[in-house]
Write a new protein. Sequence first.
Length: 254
Amino acid sequence: MDVLYVLGNGSKHNNEELRYSLRSLVRYCNRSLERVFLVGECPEWLDTTKVIYIPYKDTYAHKCHNILAKIEYAIEHSDLPDHFLWSADDIFHICVTDLNNYPYYHKNGAQVGLPDSYRGKPWWFVIQETQRLLKKYHYPLEDYGGGHCLHHVDVPLLRRMPKIKADIMASACGAPIDIIMGNAIVKQYHPETVVRYDVKLSSVKDEDDFIRQVGGAECFSINDRAWDEFVGAWLQGHFKSRCRFERVIQNSKI
C-alpha cells in the first residue's frame, strides 16, 4: 500500500513530527508499505531518492482547503494508485499494522459533531459546514473516516465528486476531506467498518498517563503541548534509529 503524507508550511518542531512518524511507519507497517509520497514542503533531512516528493506551497488560509488541494495536486502530478492512504505528519504507529487491510473506521455510530464547549470556536464552524455538505449530498451523517489515523482515498470516487469538492473550496472554512471521503466510500461500497475512538493526545503527564490515553490504539496523534510535555521525548527514545527515508545531515546528532 502506498502512503501519501500531506505536509503544511512550517513546523514548530522543525518537522521532527514527520521524522518520527516515518520511523514508526517503517517499524510497524513495513511489510505492507510500498511507496511513500510527500506533498508540501520538503524537510532538509528527507531523502527524495526514497520518497516521491511533490512540491506544493499552501495557497489557502484554511487547513481544510489546503489539504484537499494538495491531495488532488499529488494525484494529478504523480503515479499514485487508485487507492492509497494519506497521513498527517503527526500520526505515530505503535503496533504492527497491515496497510493492505487498513480498516474503514467509524466512531461507534456517533454523528459528525462537537460538544457545546466548542461552540463559536473555529473548528465548530468547520464541523457545521461538514454537516451541511453531508446532508446536501445525501451522505451518511455518521463520523466515518474521521479520527487521528490514516485515511483512505479512492481516486475514481474522488473524481466523481466535483460538486462537493467545489463547495468545500468555496466555503469560508472548508470541510475535512477525510470525513467527506469516508462517508462517500461507505455510501458507495458499504465496506465493513471498525469502531475507533479518537486518540489525539492534548496533554500527557508521564508514561503511565500516556499508556492510559493511548489504550489499545494502533496509532495516535498529538498537539504541540503533548509533544513538549512528554511525547516528543518518548518518540525520540522509542524510535532512535534512522529509517530509509532520511538522509544523513552533516553534524546532525539525530
